[in-house]
Write a protein that binds this ligand. Sequence first.
Ligand SMILES: [Cu+2]
Length: 634
Amino acid sequence: MNEGTVVPHPLDPLSADEIRQAAAIVRREREVGEGWRFASIELKEPSKADLPALSSGRLTAREALVVCWNRADGHAYRAVVSLTGDAVTGWEHLPGQQPNMTVDEWHECDEMIRAHPDVIEALGRRGITDLSRVLADMWAYGAAFVPERYAGRRIGWCDLWFRGSELGNPYAHHLTGLHPVVDLNTMELLEIEDNYQGGTDPEVMGEYLPDLLPMRLRSVAPLEISQPDGVGFTLDGTLLSWQNWQLRLGFNHRESLVLHQVAFQDGERLRPVAHRLSFAEMVVPYRDASPDHYRRTAFDIGEWGLGFMTTSLSLGCDCLGEITYLDAVVHDSHGSPVTIPNAICIHEEDSGVLWKHVDERAGAEVRRARRLVLSFHATVANYEYLVYWRFYQDGSIECEVRATGIMVTSHIAAPGSRPANGTVVDHGIYAPFHQHFIVARLDLDVDGADNTVYASESRPARPGGDDPYALGLTVASTPLRTESEGKQDYDWGVQRSWKVVNDNVANGLGTPVGYKLVPSAAFPPLLDPASPAFQRAQAIGHTLWVTPYREDERWPCGDFPVQAARDTGLPVWTEADRPIENTDVVLWYVFGIHHITRPEDWPVMPADVVSFWLKPFGFFDRNPALDVPPSHHH
Ligand SMILES: [Cu+2]
C-alpha cells in the first residue's frame, strides 16, 4: 500500500520491492533454492517500545518476517530479515510444523488432479469426460485425520466439483464420495477415495449468473450517492483522518486489513483508543461426520490467509459513493510480489439519524449520522467474507462481517431421506451445518496502554428495605485480574459486557475513562471438548480472552494450524495465568455465524450479517456528537 511513498512509515506494509528484497536476501544467505516455497513474507512490525523512535525518524530499521520451507525434506524455517541491513538476522527451524497453505499449491493441485489418469478414470465412471469443467478444491487437514501412513508429510484432500456449463457454478455439482489425497510437496496423487455407488447427478438449480437463471430479472429503480464537494476524509500515505478520528492502515497476507494507532481528536488532545485491531483467526468446523465432510474444519486465516484471499473491489457494485481504493501487495510461493488492485475500500456512508428531538417550541432538531467505512472482501474458495470496520461520529466503532457465496453441499444418502446434520437445499442435495468463528484481536489502549478489563453485569433488586417494589437495577463491575479470570463467556441473563477502563485517567465527571465491548454475534462452540475440531481451536471455547500484550502472541489457534493437533495459541499462553490488571491488555473476541443452513441460502447466500461494537463508556463527558451541524436542505 505504500507504493510511491519514498520513506515508509514504520507500520506501512512491505512494498513489492521490499517483498522481492526479503526473498532475495533469504535465498542468498540461506541457500533457499528453487525447490523451496515461501509461505509468508510480511512486515515485522516494530515493537511498541521502538515505535516512537521509528516514527520520528530517529531509528530507521525496517524488517521482514519470512516463513519458507524446503519441499525436498519438508523442513520449515522462520527468518527475520533486516531490509535496511541487507541480512538475515534470525533463522529458526520449525520442526514438525506445516506453514500456511499457498495459493500456488491450490492451483498446482487442481491442475495435477485434472490431468491424472486415475482421476480421469474415476470421473469417466460417472460419465464425466470434459475435464475443463472439473474443479479440484483442495483442503488442509487437521492432524487427527491425516492417515497414519502419511504422517509427517504435507498433504491435502480434495473435493471434486463439476460445472454444468462453461461458466456454470462448479459448487452446484459435488462429486460426492470422490476425494483425492495429495502430497503437496511432491505434488503427487497418493490415493483416491471413491465411494461411487452408481446413480446420476441430482437435478439442481445451482446457478446465479443472469444468463443461467430460469427466471427473468426484476426491475430496480436507480439509487445513487454523490458527494459533490468531495470526500470528508484525508489520506496521507497510510494515515487516515476523518471527523476527529485518526488511524493508520496496515495489511498483511494473514489478517488482510489491519488498523493501527486508532485515536480520537478530543479538543487539543489526540486520545488513543486502540493500538491495533484485526482479525487473527477464523475457524469453520463442519458439523457432519459423513465421509464427505468429517475432515472439513477450515482455518481461513491460519491455513489460507485473509490477505492472500482478498479480492479486488469494483465501483458501484461492492461500494457505492465516492470511493477511495488502495491496492495491497502479497506474494506467490516463489517470493515474487503480487498486487491486489483495489483491495481496500475507504468511503463515507449516510447512517440514518444520529440524534433528534422535537420540542414544542424549538421544533425539530435532527442530525444525520455518517460513518467512515474501511472494508475488504475475501473469497475463500466457495465462500466470501466481507469485512467492514466502521467509525462513527459519536466515538463508536462497529465491526461488521457479511458471509455470502456458496455453501458446500453433497448428495443426500438416499432419495427422500433427511440428513441429520444439514438441510436439504435442492433436489437430492444438502448443505451440512457449520459454524464460522472469527477471533478479533483487539489491542485497545484507552487513553494509554495501561488498562483493566471489567466484566459488567446487570442485577435486579430483591423486594425489601427502601425498594419494596424491587425496581432497582444495579451494575456490578468486576475487574479481571488474571488470565484465568479473563476467560469470559457471554451471559444473556445478566447482560454481561466488558469495559476496557483506564483507571489512571479520569473524565470530567471524575470517573475512569473506558470503552465497552458490546458482545453481539457471540455463540458457544457446541463442540465436545475432546473432539479434534475443538482441540485444534480451543480459542473458540470462550467469548472473550484477555492477555497481557506480547509482541509474539499474534495467532490465537497457534502460528501454524495446518495439520495441527492442538491449539498452541491462547490456551497455552494463558496457562501461565499472568496478571492482566492495569497493564497493556489485548482482548480476543470470538464471534461469528452459527450457520444452520437454509434453502434460502441456495444457490448463492444472501449475505448473513453479524457485528460487534466498541462504544465509548465515560471516555467523553457527554455526547461527543453534539457539535455535528444540521444537514443542508436540497
Ligand atoms: Cu456458513
